[in-house]
Design a protein around this ligand. Sequence first.
Ligand code: TYD
Ligand code: MG
Length: 446
Amino acid sequence: MKPIKSTTIFSCTKCGAQYPKWQGRCLECGSWGTLVEEASKVSAAKNLKPGKLADKPLNLKDVEILDQERLKTGSEEIDRVLGGGIVKGSLILIGGDPGVGKSTLALQIINHVPNCLYVSGEESASQVKMRAERLKTNLDKLHFLPQTDIETVIASIRETKPAMVIIDSIQTMNYAELPGGLGSANQLSACTSLLLEAAKATNIPILIIGHVTKDGFVAGPKALEHLVDAVLYLERDDQNFYQILRSVKNRFGATGEIGLFEMTTIGFREIKNPAEIFLSGHDDNSSGKATTAVLEGSRTFLAEIQALVNKTAFGYPQRRATGFDLNRLQMLIAVLAKTAKINLGNHDVYLNIAGGLKIKDPAADLAVCLAIASAFLDIPVGTKTLALGEIGLSGEVRSASQTEIRLKEAKKLGFNKIIMPPGKNKTASSEAVLVKNLAEAIKLLK
Ligand code: TYD
Ligand code: MG
């Protein structure tokens, strides 16, 4: 729908005929000097007579749900993150730091889509060709357009009607009719809106690449999230082992879904069974380690928590955490001292999550406490033991959400002792060792 423009019109006071320009004589009724200026900025709603609504409200009961046609990308991980493939006519944003692999991922996505248009304002045709050859992309039906003028890009999309379009990147696109430098917030949202319109009008899916800017997303992809249908972020874990593709918004699927990839010399390789990749792999039964199961989207990962507890040599005791919230660690250390008599007032505590995973899931609390206590007491927790539960300030252990899914994954990997709180459903499995509070859990060590 086009916005109503505010223009001036001239109408005849005698017969009501309207003209865009002033003139001496009304051509309709022939009177002289009857044209007067009138502002015609009338809202569309005011013009409508009762019973003549242009857009009648619909009863949702009568609305037919159209089957969402999805393009498969050939990668199970990407398809799952997108909720089952790329919906036709959708606008998808892939955001991420420069160099994380957005262009690579985009080329791999279109590998299985015949007839694609790759618009680049960043790289030359030979650069893109080099990468595409490295990734063994099918070059037969891949069209390249080095262009930054968004209107030319959209005209080309409408003319060539590809099966899919990649815009690399939105920050390099320019809408000539708008003031504001390249990559300014105005330009970004104008270009994105134009692409959205084009995607809906042509039913062609468009994938936009957006760099996350250093200064906290101000003119970056964050500002565009409300415009597009789906937002994916490509992140790298701290130790550069894996790339994580995360969906933070999806109008056609679930959010919070993640896909795991590993960058190789021939592009991304998907990691299909990631449950155990964050375990350190050593089966040694040393103290200071505990395993838990964390949820990310519909995925369960088993994570190994490592703790080091040392007598403080000098000054204040140190508390350091990698992959875990430091404030939460401080709180857990306080609860350990208060309720389980593990007093770390004169000890440094270092916490590390193996494999560079970042844990936000509160269900890891119990494993963190057990790892610390195990390091302090120098008693191993056991290699086939898993701990699940959130710790409250008074030391009570609360159930983790979706315990069943986590237990299933743990059993699959051979864990035969699960330390967890008694749940609401009393059907605890034979592997479960139930504890009500932290003190009971620590007692299991001794
Ligand atoms: P790129 O996709 O250009 O990142 P972005 O578009 O997000 O800026 O590539 C990121 C890095 O990946 C680059 O430093 C080179 C590396 N790379 C590989 O290791 N293997 C490969 O097969 C490709 C294509 C790239
Ligand atoms: Mg790039």
